[in-house]
Design a binder for this molecule. Structure first.
Ligand code: ATP
Length: 316
């Protein structure tokens, strides 16, 4: 960008604001092992980035306000903190600390991923904040360095940096891209009342479900993703946490049944729930399933989204 031209400031080559988009996710496969001595469950998961997109705009502050990291929501929501506990604020802090930046930033967040639905919206915000501040501050960290900061922020933060379809190991934070063809259509059934992730893992343990290490991604899943066939993918969707989530919230089984009766290829609990993810064959199927879910009275909202989509990227 030429210095002092157009909307850019005279400051050498640096913008006054940077806008970044990052996606929410669905887990196509989730296998959970027995917890280790640190209490964490080792897992193998396949993430797919869905077109429910968080947008973060990072704005440079006036010289008088140096050093503050602030956050505002485009549409205020009581369920989302705007203080230092917000994952995007923590992301900006961790980047500033790692790079020795003393400059502040004002973050503006537009949320489209449902809050506390097991779709990692907060993690997408953190990934977007890392990319936005890295560009705004000119800190120039590469993907590997951003990934390592991301995994310190949370197990689900590295994936939205990568986007598309990827396999996660460790706590889900060690991500590797997976070859996938085609576009998949999803309908997400949302619920007013969230499910606590630790509570679902505790029930998983009580049910004696996690023995030994997590399973690897099945050959059938990798073949299905390479084929681009939603029917083939539907047949190998898998979530080890589903039994525990259904045990805590039996009505989720009815949500799955409604989606499948309306023509979904398959419906499963997304991550630790309570969101139910229904894979459909096409746009007409998506409409039928969304209608059936809404008229069942079993869910608060039915959101349609296609996948996969790109990871966190600068859009303005
Ligand atoms: P989890 O990673 O626990 O599965 P989730 O994907 O179900 O999370 P999120 O919307 O990411 O749900 O966040 C869950 C909680 O984290 C929120 O209820 C909120 O209190 C807190 N939180 C912190 N930062 C954010 C953020 N930027 N957006 C949304 N929630 C946030």
């Amino acid at each position: 960008v030429p210095c002092g031209s157009g909307p850019w400031p005279a400051r050498s080559g640096s913008a006054t604001s940077v806008r970044v988009e990052a996606p929410g996710k669905v887990n196509l496969f989730l296998s959970v092992g027995a917890p280790g001595p640190d209490g964490y469950h080792p897992l193998t998961t396949v993430f797919q980035a869905v077109r429910l997109i968080e947008t973060i705009t990072a704005r440079r502050q006036s010289a008088q306000a140096l050093g503050e990291i602030t956050l505002a929501l485009e549409e205020p929501d009581d369920a989302v903190p705007t203080d230092a506990s917000n994952l995007a604020v923590r992301a900006a802090h961790i980047l500033a600390e790692a790079t020795g930046v003393s400059e502040g930033v004002d973050l503006l967040v537009r949320k489209r991923v449902p809050v506390a639905g097991g779709m990692a919206g907060g993690s997408a915000d953190a990934a977007a904040a890392l990319v936005a501040c890295n560009a705004l501050w000119g800190t120039g960290l590469g993907t590997g360095e951003l990934m390592s900061l991301a995994s310190r922020l949370g197990a689900d933060v590295p994936f939205p940096l990568l986007g598309s379809t990827a396999v996660g190991h460790g706590r889900g934070d060690m991500v590797t891209p997976l070859m996938a063809r085609g576009t998949y259509q999803w309908v997400f059934a949302l619920h007013h009342r969230g499910l606590s992730t630790p509570e679902v893992f505790a029930r998983f343990d009580e049910m004696g479900a996690g023995r030994g290490g997590p399973q690897e991604v099945s050959e059938a899943m990798t073949v299905a993703l390479r084929s681009g066939s939603p029917q083939a993918l539907a047949a190998c969707l898998h979530n080890d946490l589903q039994a525990a989530a259904l045990d805590l919230r039996p009505e989720l089984a009815d949500v799955i049944a409604v989606a499948e009766a309306a023509g979904a290829l398959r419906a499963i609990v997304s991550g630790s729930g309570p969101t139910v993810a229904a894979l459909v064959a096409d746009a007409a199927g998506a409409q039928r399933v969304a209608r059936a879910l809404m008229s069942s009275g079993l869910c608060a909202e039915a959101l349609r989204a296609d996948a996969p989509v790109a990871g966190a990227r600068v859009v303005g």
